[in-house]
Design a protein around this ligand. Structure first.
Ligand code: PMV
Length: 350
C-alpha cells in the first residue's frame, strides 16, 4: 500500500472545573459554558496515513487499529465522524485511511478517552489539510479549527487542544467565547495553576454505567436543569476570578460543588444513575477531613464516573503524596492511581 502522507499527533485528556452537562439543539451545542485544565500524562497518540485506495469508489476506506489491533467498534464510530466532516476534508474520500491510535493510560482505567482521542484525530485532520497544501492557517486559527472539529466528535474534546486551560461555550464572561469551539485561556491563569497537580484515584476501572451521550440527554427532562445552567454561569464567573488571583480556597470550593452537582443531577434524573461507588464516598470524606485538619488546599473533582481527581498545588506535593499513600490508596482498585498535572497541550510527533 503506497503511503502518500502521514501525520502523528499526541493530544491530552482534560479535566473540567466547571462541567459541561446537557446540550441545546444543534450539533454538539453545550447548554452551558465549561472550563477545564489540560492534562499532560493522560494522552492519545494517533497517526493518520493517507494511502492509495483499494477500490475506485467514492466511499471512505478506513482501517483503524487501537494498540496495534484492528478495532471494529472504534472504526465504525470514526467512520460516522468522517462522514459528518468529509465535505471539509476532501482527502477523506480521495485516499484510503490507515489510522493507528494508542492511549498512554490503561484502556480499562475508567478514564474517559474520548477527549484525547477525538482531539488527536481532529488535529491530525487539520494538519493533513495543511500538509496537502489545501489550506494555510495561522497557528491560532489552526487550533481553533481543530477545536471545532474535535467538538463534533466529542464536546469536551474541543477543550483539549490548548495548553494549560481552555473555555468552551458562549458566555458574556469570556470575550471571544463560542459554542462552536473552545478558546485558550492561559494568559489569565495565575502561575500557581501552571503546574497544578492532579492525582487520579481509580475507585473502579469498570466501564462507564452510562454513556455521556445518554447523560447529556437526561438533562432535557431534569427538573433542576434551568437552575443548574444558571449555576454553571455563576461558577464560571467566580472560578475565573479565583484562577486569575490564585485563590485556592475559592477554586477548590467551586470544583467540589461542580463535581457534587454533576453527580446529584444524575441521581435525580429519570431514570436515575448512581455513578459514585462506596470507595468514592469514603475518599471524599477523608479528603474533607484531612483538609480541615491540615488546612492544606487539597480539593477534588469528579468526571461522570467513580474516580477522584485530587487537585493541589505543586508546593505541597510531598504532604499530599504522604496523605494519599496513607489514607486514600487503600480505597483504590488494586491501589491504582495515575499521577498527572496541568499540561502543555497537543504535540506533533515527528
Ligand atoms: O464530551 P462528552 O460528551 O463526553 O461529555 C463530557 C462531560 C463531562 O466529562 C462529564 C464534563 C466535561 O465538561 O468534561
Amino acid at each position: 500500500m503506497k503511503e502518500i502522507k502521514k501525520v502523528t499527533w499526541r493530544s491530552p485528556s482534560n479535566i473540567a472545573l466547571v462541567k459541561y452537562w446537557g446540550k441545546r439543539s444543534g450539533v454538539q451545542i453545550p447548554a452551558n459554558p465549561s472550563i477545564s485544565f489540560t492534562l499532560e500524562n493522560c494522552y492519545s497518540e494517533t497517526s493518520v496515513a493517507l494511502v492509495e485506495k483499494e477500490r475506485k469508489s467514492k466511499e471512505i476506506e478506513l482501517r483503524f487499529y487501537f494498540d496495534g489491533k484492528a478495532n471494529m467498534a472504534f472504526q465504525l464510530k470514526m467512520l460516522k465522524f468522517f462522514e459528518s466532516v468529509k465535505k471539509d476534508f476532501p482527502f477523506l474520500n480521495q485516499y484510503g485511511l490507515l489510522i493507528h491510535s494508542t492511549n498512554s493510560f490503561p484502556h480499562s482505567s475508567g478514564i474517559a478517552s474520548s477527549a484525547s482521542a477525538m482531539s488527536a484525530l481532529a488535529i491530525a485532520l487539520c494538519d493533513l489539510k495543511q500538509e496537502l497544501g489545501q489550506k494555510k492557517w495561522s497557528p491560532e486559527k489552526f487550533l481553533q479549527k481543530a477545536s471545532h472539529y474535535a467538538r463534533l466528535g466529542s464536546g469536551s474534546a474541543s477543550r483539549s487542544v490548548y495548553p494549560l486551560i481552555s473555555e468552551w461555550g458562549k458566555t458574556k464572561t469570556v470575550k471571544g467565547s463560542s459554542d462552536e469551539y473552545a478558546v485558550p485561556f492561559a494568559r489569565n491563569l495565575h502561575k500557581t495553576f501552571h503546574n497544578y497537580q492532579n492525582t487520579i484515584l481509580i475507585a473502579s476501572s469498570a466501564e462507564k454505567k452510562v454513556s455521556s451521550r445518554v447523560g447529556h440527554s437526561l438533562m432535557k427532562t431534569n427538573p433542576y436543569a434551568k437552575t443548574r445552567y444558571a449555576q454553571a454561569e455563576r461558577n464560571l464567573k467566580e472560578i475565573i476570578e479565583a484562577l486569575k488571583n490564585g485563590d485556592l480556597e475559592k477554586f477548590g470550593t467551586i470544583i467540589e460543588e461542580e463535581a457534587m452537582t454533576l453527580h446529584a443531577l444524575m441521581m435525580c434524573s429519570s431514570p436515575s444513575f448512581i455513578l459514585m461507588s462506596p470507595a468514592t464516598l469514603a475518599m471524599i470524606e477523608k479528603i474533607r477531613h484531612f483538609r480541615e485538619e491540615s488546612q492544606l488546599p487539597i480539593y477534588f473533582t469528579l468526571d461522570a464516573g467513580p474516580n477522584i481527581h485530587l487537585m493541589y498545588p505543586k508546593n505541597i506535593s510531598k504532604k499530599a503524596e504522604a496523605f494519599i499513600a496513607e489514607e486514600l490508596k487503600s480505597h483504590c482498585e488494586k491501589g491504582k492511581m495515575i499521577q498527572d498535572h496541568v499540561g502543555k497541550g497537543p504535540k506533533k510527533v515527528k
